[in-house]
Write a protein that binds this ligand. Structure first.
Ligand code: RUQ
Ligand code: CUA
Length: 693
């Protein structure tokens, strides 16, 4: 059975690697010195500190450093890795990685190569440090993600997607999907905060998103487990083929407002094939989307009734279908009204998509997972989880095969979708090893594919226009680098753009087993930083970073200098609208409390180290609207505001104005206080809310 073989393969791979650390070769001081000299000669930006310089040992290695290396048993590789990742205090990382926070429902912001966590952005889950979802405007954003009116207060964040201009990350926005509930969130990179959540009205779970078209015209949300559109009831035993569907949603993104505009968004109905990961074409393939699938068998499970379980049923056929979607054509159909509204969402029905040239299929090997478009858009690389190869499709060949389709002779699937033969669309196959999943690219013509079962990163050479970028022949394996362990996704510096950077790849490993101190049966994930700066068989693991908060799926890495976030908010900014807040005040003497019947409205000034007013007397049953303006314009002068017993906590960054609204339903005396250690008199930054019974 698949699960059993998967587990044993994992275990064998893990065991094989367990033996390796014991074989570390220890170094002589002389070798260390030579290595140090080499690293310095290679241009690493280091010089011995003045205090270390006088005690320089042989070959320029500070004697104390040599002693440390000997005492810790560091190999030459360890030392070069340390030199490549160590980031002295105050030195900034050249890259920023945005990683999904998995079941945590957040996004992690990580510096590369230091692998320091810089921020955790609350997205689908309340986040107390940012005061997200604890009384302020985050409540409204989280409520946008309610499902049938039900509060959902977590998410399974999978795939972060940075906004792009002409196929390059532009550093303006980040999108991320929640697989568990089919939602997409928008994060504004001016303040690294969530601004919007949209709930897909047709799908109850998703997976192949979020990723963007090359100018962020659309944010794509692809499906996963089929269900009737709008998740209406339908019996899986009798109605799967006819009623269950996949659906791909093209959310229109409006850059000016920084929001998805649901009123200009539409969906495409797909067969219930369990579409998996998707990618947008770019450059030569701009206008197209590619998405693979893994249940063309239409397996419906039911192991308890003696049916084949899903894992066997969905892996029966040798091939599934790569979905080839012409989104520009789909947009035309949508604009021409060739849609049907389901739950208020215009849907291009499956038969329309099939007939009008929106949707085509071509076979792809066993249980594919990632579909990744090369930087120039010429090829789509698909990893088949149960096939040791990656299969490379040529966009040019796909176009020719589509042009050659002839209504009388074409093959169609059970739903009438034209099927292009594998021979007519495939460019090459490269054998990499066991469990190829996802592929990313660099600037040297290499592709990097994660091998889940082999626990390795495969570096292989692209052909065609990429062949001349490095010495190896096209479509050949160059190096397999063991990683610890069982890599899922892989991320590369600027790796999803039209011009990847090279330098670094990060392996997002699902298992860590023995890499860290035992913290109980639930183990951290292991991000491993890999040096990909040189050509050939030179990849090296530089650093292990435990992620002890959830299971991140994908990550994207952007050049840090493309990000231009605020240092402080312009005074009076409402972070929800990113505009001047009409309730902002600019001096403590503007603070006031206004009562109007049972409604109490309060304007509070916040500045080191006091709130004005400090006494707030209200009555049980009052409805309270309370505005806070942080008057600071000093970087990092953030204050908090917490009311015990009322589930309220705000983060008031410099310049921000924020509003809370609540019913004073509990009488008593409540000391409210600042939750950020903001000054020497931080503890004195408090006030009293007295709620009269
Ligand atoms: S995938 S299980 Cu990104 Cu490889 Cu979601
Ligand atoms: Cu303000 Cu502590």
């Amino acid at each position: 059975m698949f699960a059993a073989s998967l587990l044993s393969a994992r275990t064998t791979a893990a065991l094989a690697q367990l033996k390796e650390p014991a074989m570390k070769k220890y170094l002589t001081l002389g070798a260390l010195a030579i290595l140090f000299a080499l690293v310095v000669a290679c241009g690493a930006p280091i010089t011995p500190t003045p205090s270390a310089a006088p005690s320089t040992g042989t070959g320029g290695l500070p004697a104390d450093a040599a002693a440390v290396a000997t005492a810790r048993g560091l190999t030459p590789d360890d030392i070069s890795a340390a030199l490549k990742t160590y980031t002295p205090s105050g030195q900034l990382d050249p890259y920023i990685m945005f990683a999904s926070g998995g079941q945590g429902g957040q996004v992690l912001v990580i510096g590369v190569p230091s692998m320091r966590i810089l921020k955790l952005i609350g997205v689908f889950t309340p986040e107390p440090w940012q005061g997200y979802g604890l009384g302020g405007s985050g409540d409204k954003i989280l409520a946008e993600g309610n499902v049938d009116g039900k509060e959902i207060r977590w998410g399974d964040t999978h795939h972060p997607g940075l906004s792009e201009t002409a196929g390059e990350y532009d550093g303006q926005f980040l999108f991320i999907n929640d697989k568990a509930n089919a939602r997409v969130a928008v994060i504004d990179l001016r303040d690294f905060a969530t601004k919007q959540i949209v709930k897909n009205p047709l799908a109850i779970n998703d997976h192949g998103g979020s990723f963007v078209t090359p100018n962020t015209e659309y944010v794509i949300e692809g499906p996963q487990y089929a269900a009737p559109l709008g998740w209406e009831y339908a019996d899986i035993d009798t109605e799967y083929k006819d009623k269950y569907r996949g659906v791909m949603t093209l959310w229109k993104f409006d850059r000016a407002t920084g929001r998805i505009d649901p009123a200009q968004s539409f969906s495409i109905e797909l067969p219930p094939y369990w579409q998996d990961l998707c990618d947008a074409g770019k450059k030569v393939s701009d206008g197209w989307l590619f998405c693979n699938s893994f249940n063309t068998e239409l397996a419906t499970g039911g192991i308890e009734k003696g049916n084949p379980p899903f894992e066997a049923g969905t892996t029966k056929n040798d091939t599934d279908y790569l979905h080839i979607v012409n989104w520009k054509k789909a947009e035309e159909l949508y604009k021409a009204g060739k849609t049907e509204k389901i739950k208020d969402m215009p849907v291009i029905r499956l038969d329309t998509a099939a007939k009008e040239g929106v949707l085509y299929f071509t076979p792809e090997p066993k249980s594919p997972h990632g579909a990744d478009v090369t930087p120039g858009g010429e090829y789509v690389v698909v990893g088949g989880k149960l096939d040791p190869h990656v299969t490379i499709y040529s966009f040019d060949k796909i176009q020719k095969a589509i042009a050659a389709l002839n209504e009388g002779t074409m093959t169609k699937d059970a739903y009438g979708v034209p099927v292009l033969s594998l021979d007519s669309t495939m460019e090459a196959q490269v054998e990499l090893g066991l469990g190829p999943l996802h592929t990313v690219y660099d600037d040297k013509g290499y592709a990097y594919t994660s091998l889940f079962l082999d626990s390795a990163v495969a570096r292989w050479k692209l052909g065609g226009p990429y062949e001349s970028l490095s010495p190896e022949k096209g479509w050949t394996l160059v190096q397999k680098l063991p990683v610890q362990y069982n890599i899922g996704h892989i991320a590369a510096a600027e790796g999803d753009t039209a011009s990847p950077d090279g330098n670094y790849v990060v392996a997002l490993n699902k298992w860590s087993i023995d890499r860290f101190a035992n913290v109980g049966p639930l183990l951290p994930q292991n991000f491993q930083l890999v040096d990909t700066s040189q050509t050939g068989e030179t990849m090296q693991v530089l650093y292990d970073m435990p992620i002890g908060m959830a299971e991140p799926h994908y990550a994207q890495i952007i050049k840090a200098d493309k990000l231009k976030p605020f240092e402080v908010y312009p005074l009076g900014t409402n972070a929800e609208t990113m505009a001047q807040d009409p309730n902002a005040i600019t001096a403590p003497d503007q603070a006031k409390i206004v009562r109007n019947g049972n409604n109490v409205e309060i304007w509070t000034a916040v500045v080191r180290s006091h709130f004005t007013p400090e006494h707030v007397k209200i009555k049980k049953g009052d409805h309270v609207v309370w505005h806070f303006s942080n008057l600071e314009q000093t970087r990092d002068a953030t204050h908090g505001f917490a009311v015990p017993g009322y589930n309220i906590n705000l983060s008031l960054e410099p310049g921000k104005t924020e509003t809370i609204e609540f019913d004073a339903d509990t009488a008593g005396t409540f000391a409210f206080y600042c939750t950020e250690f903001c000054s020497a008199l931080h503890l004195e930054m408090l006030g009293y809310m007295m709620v009269e019974p």
